[in-house]
Design a protein around this ligand. Structure first.
Ligand code: UDP
Length: 237
């Protein structure tokens, strides 16, 4: 079977790294993600990852309790570096070659972001973990995923979630909600559906970067996506 996607941008939220815990990093989740990513590398897919930081710190929520917003956002970005280091370490324990890149310079622990260099790592089969988001406050790691996906010319953004795709309404509140197999950028905007934050979504839509929203907790999903099977919801033109 031929691969449908050769280079992918996988967005992992920090929040899912908590697993069943209330805070921090659950090593079971790290191992799970590692195995999922390794499967893709083993079948020849180039994998870039953007990791979130919501399990440790979010600038916006902290601002509500008095931490100045930009300061909080930088703290959030640092949180993603901690997650990135943890993921890198677990991947290397499992024999996967990785490079950790930080959008904020921290040369002792992560490479600075140099686009051509990041692409070269991918070509060599290394998993490239992008941390520190975009390096700018007022953005999110979804925006970083959209931005870097375009920069490295990924074939698709894979947004890992706990739900199996995009629904017409919140399925937990509305029993008549139906799932879309495929939907256009325009329909997502017209219907006001929330997939990622608006800046991230706009960047994908403008550059016709397809997105698949899928359930990461179903272990066969990522692999099936690579071979073009119907999984989750595809957002495209
Ligand atoms: N953040 C930021 N700029 C970025 C990316 C992230 O300021 O480009 C900050 C922001 O405060 C955010 C926090 O880092 O709340 C953690 O990232 P995010 O909320 O995207 O993580 P996730 O929801 O994926 O766990």
């Amino acid at each position: 079977m031929a691969l449908k996607y050769r280079r992918v941008m996988l967005k992992l939220s920090g929040e899912t790294l908590m697993g069943d815990q209330q805070y921090g990093i659950d090593s079971k989740m790290l191992t799970y993600y590692t195995k999922q990513i390794k499967e893709l590398i083993d079948i020849g897919v180039e994998v870039a990852v953007v990791i979130g930081g919501g399990n440790i710190f979010r600038g916006l929520s902290a601002a509500e309790s008095g931490v100045e917003r930009t300061q909080g956002d930088y703290m959030g970005m640092l949180a993603t570096v901690i997650n990135g280091m943890a993921l890198q370490s677990m991947m290397e324990t499992h024999g996967v070659f990785t490079r950790l890149i930080s959008a904020i310079k921290m040369e002792q622990i992560a490479e600075p972001y140099i686009r051509r260099r990041a692409v070269r790592h991918l070509e060599k089969g290394r998993v490239v973990i992008f941390s520190a988001g975009t390096g700018n406050p007022y953005f999110t790691t979804d925006s970083a995923a959209a931005l870097r996906a375009n920069e490295i010319k990924a074939d698709i953004v894979l947004k890992a979630t706990r739900v199996d795709g995009i629904y017409s309404a919140d399925p937990e509140k509305d029993p008549t909600a139906t799932k879309y197999d495929q939907i256009s950028y325009r329909e997502v905007m017209n219907k006001g559906l929330k997939i990622m934050d608006q800046a991230a979504f706009a960047l994908c839509a403008e550059n016709k970067m397809p997105i698949i929203v899928f359930d990461i907790n179903e272990p066969t999903n990522l692999r099936r996506i690579m071979f073009g099977e119907q999984v989750g919801t595809l957002v495209t033109n």
